[in-house]
Design a protein around this ligand. Structure first.
Ligand SMILES: N[C@@H](CCC(=O)N[C@@H](CS)C(=O)NCC(=O)O)C(=O)O
Length: 228
């Protein structure tokens, strides 16, 4: 049985979308990151990086959302696009673009827009600019096309969807105004039954919602250095 170590946030959601789309049987193991459960010794044996998601599949353990998407695509042969040099080249390129660009820059844009103490103008400007720059590249690529790779729904679309859902939170409420193709892409995936089932995972378990000092300690351990 597949076990998905989950928190309802962008990176875990991508993997849940694959599992739902492929109709794979899986068990959700909630990891409440605001309670610091990502740092438990038990979870660190599964993901030494102390982040969600992670997946176990019998003896196999996989961590990092994009690695898990590749693992599942290879395991099932689903959502991997056409096995041609042209499509594989595009799939790997866009998947790494999401993994190393969209994800980290959006994550930091969220941090500096909502959570970092002042002064933060320089940092917010840098990450907001880079996140927007990446999304504009995606928006241009999606002009006149439904999916990121060729004409097939693939793991790249799933990876992108995880972050497209939080664009207004990451980049501000007006961000979609200049990302019409991304918005159309997001709406189309949101309308899929699998995406609706992922949305429902938010309430399938109870996760801490308070963003109190303990949550900040768990999520931003670096701040301890500022008071030491
Ligand atoms: N590169 C990792 C990043 C994972 C990540 O940052 N996960 C977030 C949720 S989206 C998390 O677990 N945060 C908890 C923490 O930073 O302590 C991936 O793609 O899986």
């Amino acid at each position: 049985m597949l076990r998905l170590y989950y928190h309802p946030s962008p990176n875990p959601a991508k993997v849940a979308l694959f599992l739902e789309e492929a109709a794979l049987e899986y068990e959700v193991v909630p990891i409440d990151t605001r309670k610091g459960e990502q740092h438990s010794a038990e979870f660190l044996r599964i993901n030494p990086n102390a982040k969600t998601p992670a997946l176990t599949d019998g003896a196999a353990t996989v961590f990092d959302s994009n690695a898990i998407l590749l693992y599942l695509a290879e395991k099932t042969g689903r959502f991997f696009g056409k096995h041609t040099p042209e499509d594989r080249g595009a799939l790997y390129s866009w998947l790494m673009f999401v993994a190393t660009g969209i994800g980290p820059y959006c994550g930091q844009a969220v941090h500096f827009r909502h959570f970092a103490p002042e002064p933060k103008t320089y940092a917010l400007n840098r990450y907001d600019f880079e996140a927007q720059r990446h999304w504009k590249i995606v928006d241009a690529h999606l002009e006149g096309r439904e999916f990121m790779v060729s004409d097939e729904y693939t793991i790249v679309d799933m990876a992108l969807w995880g972050w497209a859902r939080v664009i207004p939170f990451a980049l501000g409420p007006e961000a979609f105004a200049s990302l019409a193709n991304v918005k159309r892409f997001l709406d189309a995936i949101n309308a899929r039954p699998a995406a609706m089932r992922v949305e429902a995972l938010k309430t399938a378990h109870t996760y801490k919602t308070e963003f109190d000092d303990d949550a900040k300690k768990a999520l931003f351990p670096q701040n301890a250095r500022l008071t030491a």
